[in-house]
Write a protein that binds this ligand. Structure first.
Ligand code: ZN
Ligand code: ZN
Length: 174
C-alpha cells in the first residue's frame, strides 16, 4: 500500500499488532533507528479514514509498517513509547529544568485551550529522519486540532520538554 497523505512518497506494509510490536522491539534490541506515529482517522497523514493507524518507521531497515485499530491504541502506544523514550517518559517530573520558549508555550496554551473546549486533538513528533517530516533536518512538532489548520513547530534539537508536556496532556496526566 502507499500512504495517500504524503504524496505517495513511501510504501508501507501491513502487520497485526503483535508482529508490529515485535518488529519494534527487535529494532530496539539491535539498536537500530526506529520510531512510530499513532494516526487518528482524521489525521492529515492517515492512510485509512476508518481506523486508527499505528505507523512504525524502521528507519535503518527502510521499512514502514502499518497496523489498523478500531479504537485509539493506547496500550501499545504506551508500551512502545516507554521503549523509545525510557520508562520515565511519562513520569511526573518537575518541569523546572530548562525553560520552554515562547513558541513552545504558545503551542501548549493552544493545546490546553483545545482540550478544555473538548476538541479532539493529537500531535506528531517528527524526528529529522522521519518520512512524514518536511522540515529539512529539523525536529518537527505537528499538532492537529479538530477544525483548525495544523500547527507546526520546527526545532534544531529534540524539543523534549515541550514534547513531555504534550504527551502528558495527551494521556490525561496533567
Ligand atoms: Zn495527525
Ligand atoms: Zn516518522
Amino acid at each position: 500500500m502507499m500512504c495517500n497523505s504524503c504524496n505517495g512518497k513511501f510504501a508501507f506494509e501491513m502487520a497485526d499488532k503483535d508482529a508490529m510490536a515485535a518488529a519494534a522491539k527487535s529494532a530496539h534490541e539491535k539498536r537500530e533507528a526506529w520510531h512510530f506515529h499513532v494516526l487518528a482517522p482524521n489525521c492529515a497523514f492517515s492512510p485509512n479514514p476508518k481506523a486508527y493507524t499505528f505507523l512504525l518507521e524502521l528507519t535503518d531497515q527502510d521499512r514502514m509498517v502499518c497496523c489498523f485499530f478500531d479504537e485509539r491504541p493506547v496500550a501499545v502506544n504506551k508500551e512502545l513509547l516507554a521503549l523509545l523514550h525510557g520508562t520515565d517518559a511519562l513520569s511526573d517530573k518537575k518541569a523546572a529544568e530548562g525553560s520552554i520558549d515562547a513558541a513552545g508555550s504558545e503551542l501548549l496554551d493552544m493545546i490546553g485551550a483545545a482540550a478544555t473546549a473538548g476538541k479532539s486533538w493529537h500531535h506528531h513528533m517528527m524526528f529529522p529522519a522521519c518520512k512524514l517530516n518536511g522540515a529539512d533536518g529539523k525536529w518537527r512538532l505537528f499538532v492537529e486540532v479538530e477544525g483548525q489548520q495544523p500547527t507546526l513547530l520546527d526545532h534544531d534539537s529534540e524539543p523534549s520538554l515541550v514534547l513531555n508536556r504534550i504527551e502528558r496532556l495527551y494521556f490525561g496526566l496533567s
